[in-house]
Write a protein that binds this ligand. Structure first.
Ligand code: SAM
Ligand code: DTB
Ligand code: SF4
Length: 329
């Protein structure tokens, strides 16, 4: 083997900016405790070291398989055991998915994310999803799917179809997880993230806040995400959308500034990741969204629907971006 590349890579390692090895929960709690102006300033500094602060990435979501899920996630409208009124539907036909992806592309989305209400995909389902991925990718869009927990070899099949990102959220920190979900463990989700990473697919992993967790829980979730090695390329921060009929329907909403602090903590601890201002945007004012962008969010879900709930209309987002001078990428 030629020795030069080895030497070059060793030099590259030596000169690469030292990446902070691991974050401690106490350190992230200290970030949360900063005066808001200082925290946002720090997040904005980190943001500008790694990104153009006036650029924003847009992903459009489509629920390709809705409802009837075996799991008991306390926030979810699609769990079969919650009486939410969400009907169980079959996997969508491929032409419907392709038409939705084309419409998303025409409206300016760069990534198309297909979600399924499964604990995990069965082999037969996976074959149809890989076909969807191939066709959506052929339109020139980045592809993302979120299908639940993956078994042996499934991530490789997705990669072979050209999948760019797999979304699988840690949702909440390890110590609070059991209060929200009992049908699987958070370690199961970590196993899936490892399979995704090993298969060479980019990781999209984040969580939900506003579920009655403490600030320490939020800091611990951020730490879990930031300490993944490498951290996820994409980090969705969801504000709980309360769904009537779920156990979390009546939970006290999180304070707006605490949400902004969570975005800032994600930005500071995961400097090179896209941080997505995700679910819950429909109930946020333009000013709150702008604060989230200032705190380092540089991605959104774009289009009038998330999975089973609403999202701001694309026209409204376009108008907001124009007012803020944000350019889509
Ligand atoms: N079944 C797969 C799974 O759980 O990974 C994929 C679909 S699941 C609906 C995707 C993610 O949506 C969840 O992990 C959670 O973070 C988010 N989510 C679901 N319901 C939500 C709600 N009511 N408010 C905020 N985020 C929610
Ligand atoms: C993510 O973090 N948020 C999206 C996506 N990944 C799959 C889902 C949000 C769902 C909000 C509730 C609903 O529409 O059912
Ligand atoms: Fe099922 Fe996913 Fe909803 Fe949990 S979050 S109930 S796994 S669809």
């Amino acid at each position: 083997m030629n020795a030069i590349p080895e030497v070059v890579s060793r030099i590259a390692e030596d000169v690469a900016p030292a990446r902070k090895a691991r974050w401690a929960v106490a350190e992230v709690e200290t970030l949360y405790e900063l005066p808001l102006m200082d925290l946002i300033f720090r997040a904005q500094q980190v943001h500008r070291e790694h990104f153009d602060a006036n650029e924003i990435q847009r992903s459009t979501l489509l629920s390709v398989k809705t409802g009837g899920c075996s799991e008991d996630c306390g926030y979810c409208s699609q769990a079969a055991r919650h009486a939410t009124g969400t009907e169980r539907e079959a996997l969508l036909p491929i032409d419907e998915v392709v038409a939705a992806a084309q419409a998303a592309k025409d409206r300016g989305a760069s990534r198309f994310c297909m979600g399924a209400a499964w604990r995990g995909p069965k082999e037969r389902d996976l074959a149809r999803v890989t076909e969807m991925i191939r066709e959506v990718k052929a339109l020139g869009l980045q592809t993302c799917v979120t299908l639940g927990m993956l078994g042996e070899g499934q991530a490789e099949q997705l990669r072979a179809a050209g999948l760019d990102y797999y979304n699988h959220n840690l949702d909440t920190d390890a110590s609070f997880y059991g209060q929200v979900i009992t049908t699987h463990r958070q370690t199961d989700r970590l196993d899936t993230l490892e399979r995704v990473r090993d298969a060479g697919i980019k990781v999209c992993a984040g969580g939900i806040v506003g579920m009655g967790e403490s600030r320490r829980n939020r800091a611990a979730l951020i730490v879990q995400l930031a300490n993944l090695d490498p951290p996820p390329e994409s980090v969705p921060i969801n504000n709980l959308v309360p769904i009537p009929g779920t156990p979390l329907a009546e939970v006290q909403p999180i304070d707006h500034f605490e949400f902004v602090r969570t975005i800032a903590a994600a930005r500071i601890t995961m400097p090179t990741s896209f941080v997505r201002l995700s679910a819950g945007r429909q109930d946020m004012s333009e000013e709150l969204q702008a604060l989230c962008f200032l705190a380092g969010a540089n991605s959104i879900f774009y289009g009038e629907r998330l999975l089973t709930t609403g999202n701001p209309d694309a026209d409204r987002d376009e108008a907001l971006f124009a007012k803020l001078g944000l350019r889509p990428i």
